[in-house]
Design a protein around this ligand. Sequence first.
Ligand code: TYD
Length: 142
Amino acid sequence: MKLDNEMRDQQIKNVSIIEIPKIVDERGRGNLAVIENNTYPFNIKRVYYLFDVPSDAFRGGHSHKEVYELLIAVSGSFEVLLDDGKIKQKIMLNKPNKGLLIPTGVWRELDNFSSGAVCLVLASEEYDEDDYIRDYNTFISQ
Ligand code: TYD
């Protein structure tokens, strides 16, 4: 999917980058990031993650009717193309303490996975195939 320059600067409503609270160890033992239910605009009912994704693969290619998701690059990096039918936005995720909040009704495509990238997803609902719109023309005509 192509992005022209005009579209690049626009923001899709309710899409946001959320800072995940980080506890930095005083003795230099590394960082700890904490995610709790009340930090986000939804309760977490499901957690899944993508890993061992080949660098030339793409994931996603759908929108959701009800499900909200928070995507985190807990390791490595990848790009997320978002599209609400009017605006297209591309976001690089490469920090384990930044989460990308994707509301309902937003088409997403994930690609350019770095070696060792892990995409952790916190979802507001349990898995239900009926919640997916997997056909772009159906999505766009809604
Ligand atoms: P899908 O959501 O299409 O993956 P992605 O958007 O990352 O490309 O899911 C891929 C397959 O895994 C599909 O057959 C549905 C199944 N699946 C589950 O069974 N449970 C889940 O929680 C998820 C997210 C997917």
